[in-house]
Design a binder for this molecule. Sequence first.
Ligand code: ZN
Length: 279
Amino acid sequence: MADTIVTVAPTGAFPTKEHNPAIPLTPREIAEDVYECWQAGAAIAHLHMRDDAGKGTMDKGRFVETVGRIRERCDIVLNLTTSGDLNATDETRMAHLIELKPELASFDAGSMNWMHSTLFINRPDFLEKLAAVMNENGVRPEIEVFDSGMFYTATHYIHKGILRGPGYFQFVLGAPGGIGATVENLVFLKSLLPPDAIWSAFGIGAAHLPILFATLALGGHVRVGMEDNVFYAKGRLAKNNAEFVARAARLAREANGSVATPASARHILNLPTPKALAA
Ligand code: ZN
């Protein structure tokens, strides 16, 4: 069986220190946290930035600083969000990709009602522009699927040649407004995939563990971190993101034999080694 890739999503756009005091928010905190997660077995870090008030921001300077701090310390694969601020312009959502040319970035394959309170907008013209920017800058899309319709939207772009195949899909279960976090829904989403697709999944909040267990049982890659869930167990906050990573790595080793290093994740995802890391 292939190595299991553990992705850590340490920050996200919404959780605060009130949800979990250990959540990393500044570039320095995020870089330190990602380094600890790398030591614990994470091969990919999915990054969001926060402004001085702790709100999600697509500020390019924060991405540049954080990526620089991480690159000084470890070879973890970097996956930058393109959806870190629901009010950002299309250009602001893509500027950091042009500047930093990360190996991966999120591609949210559709729009939805977000958290029963606002809109998460990914218009068709934006998605086509985003795919073009990713192609031009050598960024592989991590296709985030919050509901089965988004899978079909992404498949449409792959068939049209707008997105390069095979897809690397991240199934998000349990986001309010998206598909519910049940094992049955995960099995259904996996059943849609073409045989050459690479996939990962996670559940939001209390659904985190059942979806983690089911994803490992189905042979998928996994994602953990405070973007998705701040509790390690019922009523017990996680000490830090590395605690989530260590558990996922241990479970993956027990379930499937081995956990991917950043180098093996690059091999699985067909990512070139970044110039900054080439010896
Ligand atoms: Zn994210």
